[in-house]
Design a protein around this ligand. Structure first.
Ligand code: EPZ
Length: 429
């Protein structure tokens, strides 16, 4: 087993290069099933969620070739099955995008229910309703989703809730359906726009992505293409907050500043200095933070995937700050880990109230999920003393080379092997 060891107190200074967006990559890779042709995808992040998705496509019979660490060529011509068993889908929540992609390709899909981060109920009723409105019959048996149709027909689909995953899955199923599909109350995240641009590069007809009405006119054929994935908005935001938390001065490169607007606004409210360039943002801070509130919302609101990271600043901000989680029903598990480091936080359902303390102190903690893990790194960087973080496998799911990137910026952070038995004594303690 591996854990992270962080000796806190170093200011982060210098430059960091942001990788391709995880939540775009895990949608674009299954979308290649829609074109029985070669797709060349660039700026792929080198993270375990992407490796998982590629492994699934390989096991389905696709030919996947790494041109270099960040460029793939995927040929799905040789895929010959619409069945995805549990052992392939359990490691990755985004595996459910294979349902939409297989429906688009075969009008059939039999896919095991997904795994992934666990912070509350994660239903897929909106996905299933979308497939049924397109004409698919769906059943759930033995934890497998069965969806099938003679053919798919375009439909008007109003989303009862804004859902990134359901919007993506319906887009994947609708691009080859007969006629016009209109998705209303659609998600508007940057990775939704990135997927739409990829689908259109393959010959689809998707308009309005990035607004709350997406119109898709079905096409009969799609072809291969070459496409470069957008930079990761959440990875960029994570390094921006880490720079602020350590009273640092960091240039975060290879970003789209427009995607970072809500994060930039919060850091300025906290008292940081932000300088925007065409494809970079500079974050400077003296390490003193004014209190501020966070309310997470679907894009363009403050992203829920930045909530734990930004909340680290509130542990030492002067006064009382409130975090309201507007997307997930239980995304505060990480607060217990903050409290182990001396934070003063009260949680009540989807609200957390932070009373700023003088400083955090290092402690043995764990990563409860991907973004909670990123928050624990930031807390460890700003704490006095040593922090050890277990369950860092979650962090490897979404942050390419994060130890090297943080060390480049001056962090005293390294991976350490430890015996699983030690872990049992710690968790039993
Ligand atoms: C995506 O999850 C992201 N994952 C999540 O990021 C992110 O937190 C979330 O969108 C919100 O931005 C990927 O893109 C792989 P949703 P998703 O459907 O699609 C409810 C990360 O850290 N809902 O937008 O699963 C749901 O319970 C991960 O990168 C239904 O009720 O999220 C939630 O309350 C963590 N029925 C809300 O909608 C459904 O059928 C938003 O969920 C689907 C969702």
């Amino acid at each position: 087993m591996e854990k992270l060891v962080i000796h806190g107190g170093n200011r982060l200074c210098g430059e960091v290069e942001i990788s391709g967006a995880k939540n775009a990559a895990v949608a674009i890779i299954p979308a290649t099933l829609l074109a029985q042709d070669v797709c060349r995808i660039e700026n792929i992040p080198n993270i375990s969620d992407v490796t998982c998705m590629i492994r699934i496509l390989n096991q389905m019979g696709a030919q996947v070739k790494y041109i270099n660490k960040h460029t793939l060529e995927i040929n799905t011509k040789t895929v010959n099955s619409y069945i995805i068993p549990h052992e392939m889908t359990k490691q990755l929540r985004a595996s459910y995008y294979l349902i939409g992609a297989l429906l688009g390709r075969y009008c059939r899909a039999k896919v095991a229910l997904p795994g992934g981060c666990n912070f509350g109920v994660r239903p897929i009723d909106l996905h299933i309703r979308g497939f049924e409105l397109l004409g698919a019959k769906t059943t759930v048996e033995n934890a497998m989703i069965n969806a099938s149709a003679d053919h798919l027909t375009g439909s008007a689909i109003y989303m009862d809730k804004v859902s990134v995953g359901a919007t993506i899955n319906i887009m994947l199923a609708a691009v080859k359906a007969r006629g016009l599909t209109i998705i209303e109350n659609a998600a508007k995240e940057p990775h939704i726009v990135d997927l739409a641009n990829f689908l259109n590069a393959m010959g689809a007809d998707v308009r309005g992505a990035g607004t709350d009405v997406i119109k898709i006119r079905g096409v009969s054929q799609m072809h291969g293409c070459t496409y470069s994935i957008i930079p990761d908005q959440i990875e960029a935001g994570t390094y921006m907050v880490a720079a602020a938390a350590t009273a640092g001065d960091v240039l975060v490169k290879n970003v789209i500043p427009k995607h970072l607007e809500s994060i930039t606004a919060k850091l300025i409210e906290a008292g940081c200095t932000i300088t925007e360039y065409d494809d970079a943002v500079r974050v400077q801070s003296d390490g003193n933070f004014k209190k501020f509130n966070i309310k997470t919302m679907p894009h363009p609101g403050f992203p829920t995937d930045m909530q734990p990271q930004m909340a680290t600043l509130l542990t030492v901000a002067k006064g009382t700050s409130i975090v309201s989680e507007g997307v997930w029903d239980n995304r505060f598990k990480y607060i217990d880990q903050f409290i182990r480091m001396g934070a003063n936080v009260q949680v009540d359902g989807t609200i957390a109230v932070f009373e700023g303390v003088q400083e955090l102190t290092g402690a043995p903690v764990r990563a409860d999920d991907l973004r909670a893990g990123a928050a624990m790194i930031i807390a460890g960087l700003m704490a006095r003393g040593t922090t050890e973080i277990e369950d860092i496998i979650y962090i490897d799911r979404g942050y390419e080379n994060f130890v090297e990137k943080f060390r480049e910026l001056g962090a005293d952070i390294y991976r350490k092997e430890f015996d699983d038995n030690d872990r049992k004594t710690v968790s039993a303690g």
